[in-house]
Design a protein around this ligand. Structure first.
Ligand code: BGC
Length: 754
């Protein structure tokens, strides 16, 4: 890599400003006289969308493998598979001359209706972070960069370019930033893409706290921050905030504005140099990877099929699957012929080939007779004749397979869904077919949770196929016939009704603002805390075999901070076929000074087991597994006390637990102040020690005021007293006190603060 500082020293102000703005829709500005090449970026996240003409924003792109979308791959819970997918994506980027792939997207699924959920992993930040790390490592291990997006708090498509997400600090850190934090600190993506929206009043593109203080300073992000396409409003303010590269270009007026801002002393040239340095480092790093070697399309298609099969989730099965011995199969639904494998918007890939589910099924169905009917129209109309035809086909067959895809007009980047339902025609179709043929399987293709109350009782089995990538048709066939045993587990809760969902009353917002009023309680954190029944819980997914879990063991029952612990459990395949199980580890804080979710995912592992085989799964838990973000201390805190380690097959299927005792050695400054209540003084060990003698005095004084025992200072009155600020309490003793209450409290505070 050339000497970057030497290059910067030779650059004119104009060249520096130009480097910080794209030259085309997909490239940065080259500087020929200094041998600075351009950087070529392309969407992302589940395939390489390389447009032939860099100046064009058009959707048409060169052929590339469309891998399963993030909503799908998250359900694989398989880190090494994500890493392999990353390596394949990098090989395609290299073949197509792309330096940086614009992904992964790791925004939290705050709403099941967010139109872009198919591009995101999960409602859980730990799971999303872990999978993003593997994908980024996979891509970057081949010398291709990534762009972690959309930073931050971009959780709805409704008004996505302007909405102001109002979110408190703890929620921000624990839910909306922590997957980004994990990915940045552990995988160092080459670039991070800011989001369009505002966060607590400030556009993400101009958010100095997010882009500079948290991302670059606190997390030590070394790469460059790129804007989402057109997310920059004030180029100079964005540069000051830490937004290095504005895309797309060209934007000569913006470049000029930066030049003038430096000339007029409004923007420090050092700030511009810092952006230039970050961009040059990535430009030269990318240039080290030779481009052009072709990729193996057939091998990538096969990998896409394997990933899809591991990502699909068998939600329900009364025993009909795997299909065995059916001589006549009715295939119903246009998604059987026209695979619905990706979503609308910027991630749209031009696939190298597409597997139609029905054709793949024909290859694996052992000569069964397979009929086809369309089932539902491409639009939102209702066509009873299609239903009648499907019912007749289902009656004539031994089993009916319903291939139902949620249409793009209901779900895409750019808009949110207004409900959780299939189209009314699709619902009517499923109900009618199920009434005619109880041996039926519903195979779904969609990008986010669906409600199924209208029809699930009549379905003998339901397979969630997601937006499954170009090879998903083959994966469905593999799973239906049992060539592959399902092992996907939900990375998001499927609620019963939209009205049950955590942000229901805080969406889409008012007057341009959306208040994240549910705080840290999104996804299963909310349903658990509310004891709210759901359709399918987070972590759920069936298999064609069964698994037994031993009681979990821990390496230490009592441990201190950084030591962490290792959780171990023996898992046995107790069925007849080989299978994979996702072992999930949740942590429950038995007592905390803040409100915490009943449990949070803090570890997982996927294990492959032959029939009767047992393997020991070991999952480490570190400080962060026990910590919450303390808004007053402004840091992660884990409190001394007991925690339950819950080991399960889903968030609602906990197979065993073990209690551990965490001992914090962190010395935090006391938060007591002049208006702290008696309870707060007593809860703080230093406060308790300081207040000790005074406390005895209070009790005596209270007895006098409220009259001894009986009606006096019993437990109820103590409750009342405990929540009184200390000065108010002292005032009860009035002039009996030797000095004014404020003087006493100042003295106590001095003791506490040492
Ligand atoms: C999307 C980004 C995408 C960019 C470039 C934007 O509209 O939000 O995710 O990378 O366009 O296509």
């Amino acid at each position: 890599m050339p000497q970057i500082d030497a290059i910067i020293a030779q650059m004119t102000l104009q060249e520096k400003a130009a480097l910080c703005t794209g030259a085309t829709a997909w490239t940065t500005t080259p500087i020929e006289r200094l041998d600075v090449p351009e950087l070529f970026v392309a969407d992302g996240p589940h395939g390489v969308r390389r447009v032939p003409d860099a100046a064009s924003m058009a959707i048409g792109a060169l052929p590339a493998t469309c891998f399963p979308t993030a909503a799908a791959t998250a359900c694989s819970w398989n880190r090494s598979l994500l890493s392999r997918m990353g390596q394949a994506l990098a090989a395609e980027a290299i073949a197509l001359g792309v330096d940086v792939l614009l992904g992964p997207g790791i925004n939290m699924k705050r709403l099941p209706t967010c139109g872009r959920n198919f591009e995101y992993f999960s409602e859980d930040p730990y799971l999303a972070g872990e999978l993003a790390i593997s994908l980024i490592d996979g891509i970057q291990s081949r010398g291709v960069g990534t762009s972690l997006k959309h930073f931050a708090v971009n959780n709805q498509e409704e008004q996505r370019m302007t909405i102001d997400a109002q979110v408190d600090e703890r929620t921000l850190r624990e839910i909306y930033l922590s997957a980004f934090e994990a990915a940045v600190t552990k995988a160092q993506p080459w670039t991070v893409m800011c989001s369009y929206n505002r966060v607590n009043g400030v556009y993400a593109s101009e958010h100095r706290r997010l882009l500079t203080e948290i991302l670059k300073e606190e997390w030590r992000f070394e790469g460059l921050v790129v804007s989402d396409w057109t997310a920059v409003h004030d180029r100079v303010a964005a540069l000051r905030a830490g937004l290095d590269l504005e895309m797309p270009g060209p934007r000569p007026r913006r470049v000029q504005a930066v030049v003038e801002a430096v000339q007029q002393g409004e923007l420090a040239e050092a700030a511009l140099d810092e952006a230039v340095r970050r961009i040059l480092r990535i430009v030269f790093q990318a240039a080290e990877t030779p481009k052009g070697a072709p990729f193996d399309a057939a091998a990538h298609h096969a990998l896409a099929r394997q990933i899809a099969a591991e990502s699909m989730v068998l939600l329900k099965n009364d025993g009909i699957l795997p299909l065995a011995g059916a001589a006549r199969i009715a295939v119903i639904g246009r998604a059987a012929r026209e695979a619905h494998f990706q979503g609308g918007g910027s991630s749209h890939i031009n696939p190298t080939q597409v597997d139609a589910p029905i054709e793949e099924l024909r290859k694996l169905a052992g000569g069964a007779e397979i009929s086809y009917c369309e089932g539902y129209p491409a639009d939102d109309s209702s066509q009873p004749d299609l239903i009648a035809e499907a019912v007749a086909a289902a009656e004539a067959a031994e089993v009916a397979l319903l291939f139902i895809a949620l249409p793009t007009f209901k779900e895409s980047e750019g808009y949110d869904r207004s409900d959780l339902d299939l189209t009314s025609h699709q619902i009517a179709l499923i109900r009618a077919v199920a009434a005619a043929q109880p041996r039926n399987v519903v195979i779904l293709n969609n990008g986010s949770a669906l409600a199924m109350g209208d029809w699930i009782d009549g379905a003998a089995a339901v397979l969630e196929g997601w937006m499954m990538g170009q090879a998903g048709g083959g994966a469905i066939a593999d799973l239906l016939v049992g060539a592959v045993n399902p092992s996907g587990k939900l990375a998001e809760t499927f609620p019963l009704r939209l009205a049950d969902t955590p942000a229901y009353l805080n969406y889409p917002g008012e007057a341009g603002q959306v208040r994240y009023g549910e705080g840290i309680f999104i996804g299963y954190r909310y349903y658990d805390a509310r004891q709210q029944p759901v359709l399918f819980p987070f972590g759920h997914g069936l298999s064609y075999t069964t698994f037994a879990y031993s009681a979990p063991r821990v390496s230490k029952q009592t441990f201190r901070d950084a030591e962490g612990i290792l959780v171990e459990v023996d898992v046995t395949n107790t069925g007849d076929v080989a299978g994979q199980e996702v072992v999930q580890v949740y942590v429950h804080d038995c007592a905390a000074s803040v409100l915490r979710p009943p449990k949070e995912l803090k570890g997982f592992a996927k294990v492959d087991l032959q029939p009767t085989e047992t393997k020991t799964v070991a999952i480490p838990l570190d400080f962060r597994a026990f910590a919450f973000f303390h808004p007053d201390h402004g840091r992660w805190v884990a409190e001394t006390g007991d925690f339950d380690i819950l080991v399960g097959a889903s968030s609602a299927d906990i197979r065993g637990s073990v209690r551990v005792s965490y001992q914090s050695t962190a010395v935090l400054p006391s938060l007591l102040d002049r208006m702290s209540t008696l309870r707060q003084w007593l809860d703080d060990p230093r406060g308790q020690a300081a207040i000790g003698p005074l406390y005895a005095q209070f009790q005596t004084a209270l007895q006098t005021v409220f009259g001894g025992d009986g009606e006096g200072a019993g437990p109820d009155i103590m409750h009342f007293v405990l929540d009184m600020p200390l000065p108010d309490l002292l005032e009860f003793q009035g002039d009996a006190l030797p000095v004014a209450p404020a003087t006493i409290i100042d003295g106590l505070l001095q003791q506490v603060r040492g």
